[in-house]
Ligand binder design. Structure first.
Ligand SMILES: [Zn+2]
Length: 190
C-alpha cells in the first residue's frame, strides 16, 4: 500500500513544485501538479457550460483514468490515460437529480470497448460547498464532497480504488485533497 502508484501519485500531486524526494526519482513527476490544476479547470468548465440547475447550483467533475491496455492505446496513437468530465442536472425541486460524478461513471462504462479503463487515478469535483450538512454523515465540509448516492456508486465500481485521489475545489478558492478511503471514512462509510 505504501508504495502503490496511486499513493505516490497523491503525494506528488499535492506538491506545487517538483518533489525532491528520493522515492520519486525514477519517474518524472514534475507535471503532476499541472494535472491537478488541469483537472480542476476541466471540472470547472463542465460545471459552467454543461451544469443545469433550477437554482443555479452547478457542479462539474473530471476523472483521470488509466487504461488496461496501454500498449494498444499507444499503437493506436492515443495516450494510455483519458480524462472524463461530467456535469450535474437538476431541472426543478421535484425533478430527478443527476450528479456530475454519475455522468462520469456512465461514460466509463459506455466506453469500455474503446477505452478499457483500469483505474481512476484522480477524481475532481468542482462546486460551491452545500449550506446544509451532509445528508448522511451530518458533517459540514469546507468544499463540496460527492453526495451519499455518489459515494455509494463510486464504491461499487472497480475502477475506483481506496487510494484514488479525490480533489474537491470551490469557485471561491478552498480546495481539499484526500484519498477515496479517507472520504468514505470522513462520512462514516469506511
Ligand atoms: Zn452525487
Amino acid at each position: 500500500m505504501s508504495t502503490s502508484f496511486a499513493l505516490l501519485f497523491m503525494r506528488a500531486i499535492a506538491l506545487d513544485e517538483r518533489p525532491p524526494l528520493r522515492f520519486l526519482q525514477n519517474r518524472d513527476w514534475s507535471g503532476l501538479w499541472q494535472i491537478r490544476e488541469h483537472l480542476i479547470l476541466r471540472a470547472a468548465n463542465a460545471a459552467l457550460h454543461r451544469g443545469r440547475s433550477y437554482r443555479d447550483f452547478r457542479v462539474g467533475a473530471a476523472a483521470y483514468v488509466t487504461c488496461r491496455k496501454p500498449d494498444l492505446m499507444r499503437s493506436l496513437g492515443r495516450t494510455p490515460q483519458h480524462i472524463y468530465t461530467g456535469a450535474n442536472w437538476k431541472l426543478g425541486p421535484d425533478e430527478r437529480n443527476t450528479c456530475a460524478e454519475q455522468e462520469i461513471v456512465a461514460q466509463i462504462r459506455q466506453n469500455q470497448h474503446f477505452f478499457p479503463a483500469r483505474r481512476i487515478l484522480a477524481l475532481t469535483v468542482y462546486g460551491s460547498p452545500q449550506d446544509e450538512p451532509d445528508a448522511e454523515s451530518g458533517i459540514r465540509t469546507p468544499t463540496l464532497h460527492p453526495c451519499r448516492h455518489c459515494r455509494r456508486l463510486l464504491r461499487e465500481i472497480p475502477e475506483m480504488r481506496p487510494d484514488t485521489v479525490i480533489i474537491t475545489a470551490s469557485p471561491d478558492g478552498p480546495m481539499e485533497l484526500m484519498s477515496f478511503a479517507e472520504l468514505l471514512r470522513i462520512h462514516g462509510m469506511a
